[in-house]
Design a protein around this ligand. Sequence first.
Ligand SMILES: Cc1ncc(C[n+]2csc(CCOP(=O)(O)OP(=O)(O)O)c2C)c(N)n1
Ligand code: SF4
Length: 319
Amino acid sequence: MFGFQEACHVDLDQDYYSLQDYQSAVPRWCPGCGDNAILTSVQRLCRDEQLPPEKTVFVSGIGCSSRFPHYMGTYGFHGLHGRALPIAEGVKIRRPDLHVFVNMGDGDCCSIGTAHWIHAIRYNMNLVAMVHDNEVYGMTKMQASPTSPRGFKTNTTPRGALLEPLNMLSTTLGVTNVSFVANVVEWVPEALFQVLSMAYKHKGFSFVRIIQRCPHFHSLFDPMVRDPDSLVFLTGDRGIELSDDLKKVYKRTASHDASDINKARELAQMEGGIPIGVLYQNPEVAVYDELRKPVRDIGMEDRRRALEAEFDRFAVDAG
Ligand SMILES: Cc1ncc(C[n+]2csc(CCOP(=O)(O)OP(=O)(O)O)c2C)c(N)n1
Ligand code: SF4
């Protein structure tokens, strides 16, 4: 025992951020809600990347998943339903030095927020966008979302959803300037963490769809959780590396070249399995925040003068 403390003493850098630095309020999500797993992975990512909390922002819309910024010990903006992306873009364009993350529900992104989603892909700003896809409107107590499966009974579809669900991966892969698309489930934290790390390191708009359990309202994903063969892990250059222990459980893999958009589109339509990992990545796509960079930075005095000149245009002459 003697000398033990001394032997274990680790000199941490004064500026080292621990997991606790990224934690805030105790989450109010239901027990077993997949949002808890996403939060843990994101906090770990921030710690591993040592993102300064004061230089990190989480932006959300409205929904259960959109409570995310409250639980991060960083800056945050709990916005309006469907409007997380334009808020995040506004933050990034003014403060390119910040690390900006976006958390949306499937309703948030693929229903009311669709226009913003499509244009965010095209603008390709340097953000990480996570869609917590529980295939339902959770916060408003179980209405059908665009990703609800056909036949799924909800408050708005009591006889079962009539339409096939929207495939958000195919949609994203069809938009001009798409640069990063990944798919993952929250119940395999190792894969979730790796996908989020790759998304964070990508320069451009990283779109990550995360299949997320909502045990309060349904058990749609239970068969997948119980059947490891329902997941197909993408391997290759930007593939997922499972630990030996997980390899004993998850045996289905598919070699994939993430630079091949046609193959990515095929994977997005996969039947009989869910592809896990990066479907597509193209680091060469122009990033709007860089294209928009001012050619020269003007000083505060010039800015004040320009603003005053602008206000003068609207001045009302009392005389
Ligand atoms: C403009 C506007 N329309 C509708 C609502 C009501 N509303 C709040 S959350 C929500 C849906 C939430 O579902 P989702 O985005 O999938 O997130 P989840 O709660 O499942 O995480 C709706 C319709 C709102 N707050 N604002
Ligand atoms: S209702 Fe569903 S999505 Fe919302 S907190 Fe509960 S389990 Fe999570």
